[in-house]
Design a protein. Sequence first.
Length: 269
Amino acid sequence: MAPSFLFLLLTLASRGDNAAAGIAVRPGSVVRWPGDGIVACEQGGERYAPTAGACWIAIDLEARGEIAVARMTSAGRESRRLLVGEYPFPTESLTGVDEKYVSPGADALARIERDRRESGRAFARRTRHLDGPPFAPPLAVLPEGGRFGARRIFNGETRSPHGGTDYPAAPGTIVVAPAAGVVAISTEHFFAGQSVYLDHGDGLISMSFHLSERLVKAGDQVERGQPLGRVGATGRVTGPHLHFAVRWRGARVDPAPLYGAPDSLPAIR
């Protein structure tokens, strides 16, 4: 980890714990807390079940400062504090974006709000565990992707950070499910264009945006690797590509590390 990331390692003994623990975490990351006999995990006031013998802790793209987490085991309750430091996400300046996506009119703003509410209902889902990391790549040939977390400027106007990873691909390329799940949303949104949201359970939602065609509908149960749609250039784009994004219990996280083995992720010990 480069010093310029400005991460400080926090090693603090939690009240009631004998063990000192701590880990510096970057915004947009996922951290594992493995152990024996875990029966429940807690973060941000939400209690959830462990997965594959660990608590999985999602750190939002714009989180900063201390985050309190806890787990319940057969030996009792353990708590830790994580420290999220500043991270030098790049700044991305794009020109030639259709002006309706930069300064939407009243009708578009109403539609954007409807889209936001629909997405919010998907992010609030807490269904039983279906499937999850390690993810299969959403494209058969996964090109180098990027721009997760980039501070974006469209036609000179600053907008929200980029909450997913963009993969360049030819129009019509098949996009597949990264894991088994239920289609929570299959629709066209103003910014995201033709979109598919998959609920993998445990509050884990993956999203495929800017499709030219959707091959599934809301409520469908899909398997890992099943086609969801085709790469396109719908919504706010400057060219065809797949925007692939992940939210876990509402936190926007970088999908790229989720393709690897779980023990490759940062861990609390």
